[in-house]
Design a protein. Structure first.
Lengths: 402, 402
């Protein structure tokens, strides 16, 4: 455990206060054109603004200034787990996101079904975005191999995406990707990045070969690309570190995966903001910490669609109004990372945060925007600094020392 | 030594410049009612405001954002000692605060005289707040036992509070408290928190038993509660790290204790702001660093009395006016931690700081309040970052590197 988590474990206490912890994916942006407005400034957000006005605001750096995070590390940081220490990659997140019952030592990787031409060159890294039904059928086709003492699991994720898990004695995950991230060239061979990974590399390359044989008849998905090999290990849990009964409300598998990794209860929350809100309402008595994930803001940012992103923000703000009717003592709204529409990608820009609680020290910020939160009372802090502040405001931390 | 202290030891030099380092206990707060004023905003503070106006301001985090500190760690942080590394608890502070001549390896604990009923249940954890005279008499009654090779010292602190010191070979301080922090149940037994602490635990439990025998006839203080067991060890001294001739001016024992722990000269300063000021005036030629402690602001905050806290701030401000007539080159005013009247307790909120020196870079802040200092030139920094800034402004730090 990091010193911060050790300290939190020492100071945390169980109380009845309730925390709503909203993560608006890809929240931050910047002016869509020079001198113009950011997506947050374009949107009308009465409820988010009210939290900023009545509470205390600031900006969060997910990893460190300048570093653009993936969703996994960005989320872990928000929950107080140093993302440079609790390093989690694509393979592990994918496996966790589909509820795969990982065992310690399992090596997981993300699979893309892909289209290869007769010469073995990659034509489409996503196999023409085959349907989830097709993806599921093909995963079943590849599932259950036994390669030189290694058990192979292949499980569908969504559309062209699947998860590969190798289970066997002494498998290392220090393996290179086969996905070259471009077309017109063949997939790469898996390479052992340390001598001890030799056996795991051979098993992975054998899997790729046998997969091509089994997929030979497929018109689109006749090959696989592998990336993000990773071994499963246990992370400290939210209940152990913070003494929290914590629930995750997220429509997308990966976010359920990362929260399950740190011991949150993943609620059955459907796949709309409405069903997510209902899941909170129904379970309000059972937990003291609700992580509520909003996905479509990030997708709109990645699509380069600022109006759509503003619209998604407004759609969530309406749902937030109803969440605020529930008996929460602390409400915090932030994002995992910025996704400016102009960049069509995650970015390094710090992320607005607003926290409302009876004993917070309000600042004079009254809007939930990048520019306003820059003047906020929390200042610019690492994302990992947020959880101690949230717990303090919830009355869930003992004093340090006499 | 932490890297910061190592660096300070390398860069510090002795000069004739003089520093006044004021610690207003429990300084920060927040609005007493929503939209209202904090205690600092209610008070009229011409001298503190003048330091803010002419100098540079900011906010300090004693341990880290969100963490509420005790006075010991909060003070150590102000003097540049990382409170997570130089971890000091109640027992040690209490013993140091009464000038007990601790030796390395001594195990100290805080004693509360308490009232127990016929069945051994705790009726009053403070024995009806017996007088200091009674406390002193009872401490003498318990002092001087010899338990299986362990020498026992019991010394009065104030009212119902006393200090227990065990001296013997190989005593561990990894012991649990007997004080359950509530009434209606019996005191807990001391438990060894590591196998090596078995002998120390037995000695402590034997002490509790013998104390009950000796206190049998007492109407109020017929039992003892122990907490904060701690072994004495040496900390780096201010003279060694900073090459400072440093003096502590504090009316309350614990603050004399923590400063003695880091090698400050504790002046005989009486117990009012007036006598404290006189102690500074009389000794101005002998030291180049004066720590000046103001206690009653914290007490008013803990009493939930905002007007009283504002009044205590004003009372100190008047004394500060006279301190500023003395030839100080650097004046810094801050607190160890916040104690908002609304919370009636220490809190995690960052603490205002203002520093005036000929070569500081002034900001445009002209009031010494939480909201104003949020806009200050020092930003929001850890308390441990203050000492290097103070020393730099006093011309007491060499350049780092060529």
């Amino acid at each position: 455990m990091t010193p911060q988590l050790e300290l939190m474990k020492k100071l945390s206490k169980q109380t009845d206060s309730k925390i709503l912890f909203v993560v608006i994916d890809g929240l931050g942006g910047h002016p869509v054109k020079p001198g113009g407005e950011s997506e947050l400034e374009m949107a009308t957000l009465p409820h988010l603004d009210s939290i900023a006005r009545d509470g205390v605001t600031g900006l969060l750096h997910p990893v460190m200034p300048g570093v653009t995070p993936g969703s996994g590390p960005a989320h872990l940081a928000l929950f107080g787990y140093d993302p440079l220490v609790y390093d989690v990659g694509r393979g592990l997140l994918s496996a966790l996101g589909i509820d795969f019952p990982l065992q310690n030592g399992d090596v997981a990787a993300r699979v893309n079904f892909a289209t290869l031409d007769a010469g073995g060159m990659i034509v489409d890294r996503r196999a023409g975005r085959i349907s989830s039904e097709t993806g599921a059928r093909l995963a079943t086709l590849l599932d259950g191999m036994e390669i030189d003492g290694v058990r192979v699991f292949v499980r569908p994720e969504r559309e062209y995406r699947a998860v590969l898990v190798h289970r066997g004695e002494g498998l290392s995950a220090e393996l290179s990707d086969t996905d070259p991230q471009k077309t017109g060239i063949p997939p790469l061979a898996v390479e052992a990045l340390e001598p001890a990974a030799q056996r795991a590399a051979e098993a992975a390359n054998a899997f790729v070969e046998r997969a091509r044989e089994r997929l030979q008849g497929e018109p689109q998905a006749n090959g696989v690309l592998l990336r993000g090999f990773e071994a499963h290990r246990e992370f400290p849990s939210m209940s152990d570190v913070y003494r929290l009964r914590s629930a995750a409300v997220a429509a997308y598998p990966m976010y359920r995966g990362v929260t399950r990794l740190i011991g949150m209860d993943v609620l059955d929350a459907g796949d709309t903001l409405e069903t997510e809100m209902e899941a909170v309402r129904k379970n309000i008595g059972r937990f003291d910490f609700f992580y509520f994930h909003v996905k479509k803001t990030d997708s709109a940012g990645e699509d380069g669609a600022p109006e759509k992103k503003a619209h998604e923000l407004e759609a969530f703000d309406a749902v937030l109004g109803r969440l605020l009717e529930l008996p929460f003592d602390v409400v915090v709204a932030t994002g995992d990372h910025s996704t400016p529409s102009t960049l069509r990608a995650h970015s390094w820009h710090p992320v607005p945060v607003a926290l409302r609680a009876p004993n917070c020290r309000p600042d004079d910020v009254d809007r939930f925007t990048e520019a306003a939160c820059l003047r906020g009372g929390l200042g610019q802090i690492p994302s990992t600094a947020l959880m101690p502040i949230v717990l303090a405001n919830a009355g869930k931390l003992e004093k340090y020392g006499a």
